[in-house]
Design a protein around this ligand. Structure first.
Ligand code: FAD
Length: 322
């Protein structure tokens, strides 16, 4: 095995986020012969999570357990990952383009004086080159990037690079590393979740997003029901968040979350450019709007011109029949 790639795993409520498995697949895409070393941090036993990373394609996994790694802080995780980078000397480091990935990778890359390719949605290899494809100008265009030397940090956008098939027959070393994590100046005392429990918006395959047209907090209930029958999550435009119909943690767009689900249903959303920036790369877009001139129809694959309060109950009823 020529090169080594580190994949930084991310957990939520003790389980690995899907983007971790996608990051393993991304590392394999970069170099199919590389040794993939997973790293996962926390304050509890992480052997189950380590095994999952192996089932999804990691060759070995290093777990780092420390009280100061209970919740993410850039200082704590930064010290832990930096120690592993120094010991393993990888050719590259891959992780999800999540809140943690966006915070941690630039910090480490700048400390090491090396480059970072962020928010990659695809990776192409050929003629000895590895090209990273990433959206620019709020998703209106794509650029191809290469690294010319040094350690490469890459973050990948969730839901774009399919993970490898889970294979319980795979085996690999799991080692637990003792690292003294000191001088933590920030402590997370409590995490208050405002978003609904259920499917994680940034990793959902189906999103039903509501806008100002939904008109009230109550108006979001049928959207939640539609999301539930489709096994998806509810999102929102900033218009809906500003109007206090829902929490800002649901906001999708330029100043909210960037999502790429298989199916995005925009309900009562006009399609402002700042909203499109967060969802226009969804695989299939369905728009429901009573205004046939609404800009959202310009990016939609399917459009329903009608009153959302009439259309949504019919959709729920029909989908339940399937
Ligand atoms: P509106 O534009 O008011 O649209 C409501 C839509 O609902 C209309 O098209 C209407 O026809 C339709 N409608 C009304 N009633 C019904 C009904 N009964 N049935 C069917 N359709 C109906 N916006 C974001 O979303 N995300 C961002 O991250 C974001 N960031 C921003 C950053 C900056 C710097 C700025 C300046 C703006 C940002 N915005 C963002 C705001 C953005 O410009 C729009 O104001 C916002 O997206 C509008 O939200 P909306 O589509 O829900 O509301």
């Amino acid at each position: 095995m020529s090169e080594k790639y580190l994949v930084i795993g991310e957990t939520r409520d003790g389980s690995l986020r899907n983007v971790t498995f996608e990051a393993i697949a991304a590392a394999r895409k970069i170099n199919s012969d590389a040794e993939i070393v997973g790293v996962v941090c926390g304050d509890e036993d992480l052997s189950e999570q380590a095994k999952e990373m192996i089932y999804y394609g990691a060759d070995k996994v290093i777990t780092i357990k420390h009280d100061n790694l209970k919740t993410y802080t850039s200082e704590g995780f930064g010290q832990a990952i930096m120690t592993i980078i120094n010991e393993e000397n990888p050719a590259g480091i891959v992780m999800g383009h999540t809140s943690i990935g966006k915070d941690l990778t630039p910090k480490l890359a700048s400390k090491l004086g090396t480059g970072l390719i962020s928010d990659a949605v695809d990776i192409e290899t050929g003629n000895g080159k590895v090209e990273f494809i990433r959206p620019i100008y709020s998703g209106k265009a794509f650029e191809r990037k290469i690294t010319t030397s040094g350690l490469t940090f890459v973050t990948i956008r969730p839901n774009n690079i399919p993970s490898l098939e889970r294979d319980e027959a795979r085996s690999g070393d799991v080692t637990t590393k003792e690292i003294d994590i000191t001088d933590i100046r920030t402590i997370v005392k409590e995490v208050i979740r405002k978003a609904s429990e259920g499917v994680d918006l940034s990793e959902a395959n189906v999103i039903v997003a509501g806008g100002r047209g939904v008109k009230s907090e109550e108006g979001f209930k049928p959207l939640q029901e539609l999301a539930d029958v489709l096994g998806g999550a509810v999102g929102a435009s900033r218009g809906a968040c500003d109007a206090e119909y829902c929490d800002y943690s649901l906001q999708i767009g330029q100043t909210g979350k960037v999502v790429t689900p298989d199916l995005y249903i925009a309900v009562g959303i006009s399609g402002a450019i700042q909203h499109l920036a967060g969802m226009s790369n969804s695989k299939v877009i369905v728009a429901i709007n009573k205004d046939p001139e609404a800009n959202i129809f310009n990016v939609a694959d399917y459009g329903i011109v009608g009153d959302l309060f009439e259309v949504i109950p019919v959709l729920i009823e029909e989908i339940k029949k399937i």
